[in-house]
Design a protein around this ligand. Structure first.
Ligand code: AMP
Ligand code: MG
Length: 420
């Protein structure tokens, strides 16, 4: 990829042969954005519960074995295995947290609970259900193989093993894993500071009445929801009307105090689309027409030190461009080791009209039929039909090579679950 700077691209888009801002593929746009992203470097030490969703700033190396002793996987009897064993004497009991401290010899056993330390001399546990109680003795109905029903020391984690790597985003299981090692605090990257605002004279925030020609601002709410899932620090700067001086003031203030500024609306070529001129004056911002539907206009660049994303105003376009470009960029800036979004191939039950040469992210509904998962595109795919995002549970991703699809075609889908 290019070593061309953002400034060169912004001021002279023809400086590179393979760079055409008016015909960017989805993948090209992603790659362009990625080369300008440097993760945050500041870190903080957090109690493990506070670290959920945060990005590890260091590798976590196991300080001990987990479990740290051989223990029983069953309620039963721990004994010293020998061929054809039948009648064994019970010489004591071992509870989880209260070990039996004698030694088990041949033809002896200890009654043992799940999680209790395997007593010295014992090497096998027989399940309680496979025995009959005979007073001081038990009768083994079905002898297990030697070594059965034990959880071995270090079987989960070995001392010195790297169990979580720098760049990992901490999940519920990880908090438990850290606790199982006795780790109380972890070093994580600081939160990314993200500000956003909507632009448009027609927009009104919820809670106020609408006048003729006005609409409620919905993008700020979807953007808020999408950002909340990422565990970033969010600043909502409200609706800014299409007034160059106000837009300028808000943008510059936001860029001074945040790592990222996201706006929606005003990045096309309409008469009230002032953002473009403003960004030309203050930023190193690239304006792209992406070969995709919905979400054609997209702006990316820097205003001061802050990264800037200008999303289209149409509510579905704003969401699609967020998911396809901004989400991954924010994760990279947070310092996460990012993996590609999972895609699955399923049968599409209806026909799809689609022009080759651009990528479409149609809203689809994934459902099960006779044990098979299938997808149905939603009826109205308009970029202003926000209800389609609510009703859908996946994107149907149709790349540039795909044209019209007949019912029964296998298509790629990205489930919302987990991402949205
Ligand atoms: P724009 O990109 O500013 O030309 O806006 C494109 C379309 O999206 C117009 O119909 C706008 O009214 C609508 N729109 C822009 N911003 C928002 C918003 N925040 N919430 C809902 N609709 C919006
Ligand atoms: Mg507008």
């Amino acid at each position: 990829m290019t070593k061309t700077t953002l400034n060169q691209l912004a001021t002279n888009p023809s400086c590179m042969d393979d760079y055409d801002p008016n015909a960017m593929s989805v993948q090209q746009a992603r790659t362009f954005i990625q080369q300008f992203l440097n993760p945050v470097i500041e870190t903080e030490l957090l109690a493990i519960r506070e670290s959920l969703g945060r990005i590890l700033a260091e590798d976590i190396v196991s300080p001990s074995n987990v479990p740290n002793h051989n223990n029983s996987a069953m309620d039963g009897f721990a004994f010293k295995y020998s061929e054809g064993v039948k009648l064994i004497k019970v010489i004591g009991t071992a509870f989880a947290g209260r070990p039996f401290d004698g030694e088990v010899k041949a033809s002896e056993c200890v009654k043992i609970m799940t999680g209790a330390v395997i007593p010295k001399g014992a090497d096998t546990v027989v399940m309680q259900e496979k025995t009959v109680n005979k007073g001081e003795y038990i009768n083994v109905l079905e002898a297990p193989k030697q070594g059965s029903n034990l959880r071995l020391a270090g079987e989960d984690l070995k001392s010195g093993e790297t169990i979580l790597s720098k760049g990992h985003q901490l999940q519920a299981a990880d908090l438990g894993l850290l606790a199982s090692l006795g780790v109380a605090t972890v070093l994580v990257n600081r939160q990314l500071k993200v500000a956003f605002f909507s632009t448009g004279d027609e927009l009104v925030s919820v809670g106020k009445p609408l006048e003729q020609g006005q609409i409620y601002d919905s993008n700020r709410y979807t953007i808020y929801g999408m950002l909340s899932k990422l565990n970033v620090h969010i600043t909502d700067l409200g609706v800014v009307p299409d007034q160059p001086d106000l837009l300028e003031k808000t943008l510059l203030e936001a860029a001074k105090q945040h790592d990222v500024v996201i706006t929606s609306g005003g990045v096309s070529v309409g008469e009230a689309d002032y953002m473009k001129a403003l960004l030309g004056k203050h930023g190193q911002v690239l304006f792209w027409k992406i070969n995709m539907k919905p979400g054609r206009p997209l702006a990316y660049g820097k205003v001061g030190l802050a990264h800037y994303f200008g999303l289209p105003g149409n509510p579905v376009s704003a969401m699609v461009t967020f998911y396809q470009f901004v989400r991954q960029a924010l994760l990279l800036l947070m310092g996460k080791t990012v993996k590609p979004t999972p895609m699955f191939v399923v049968e599409c039950t209806e026909s799809i009209k689609k022009a080759k040469g651009r990528t479409e992210f149609q809203r689809g509904f994934l459902f099960e039929e006779k044990g098979q998962w299938k997808v149905k595109p939603l009826y109205n795919q308009g970029s202003g039909i926000l209800s389609s995002m609510s009703k859908a549970n996946c994107f149907i991703v149709l790349d540039e090579t795909i044209g019209d699809c007949a019912p029964g075609t296998q298509v790629n889908i990205q489930p919302f679950e987990g991402a949205i």
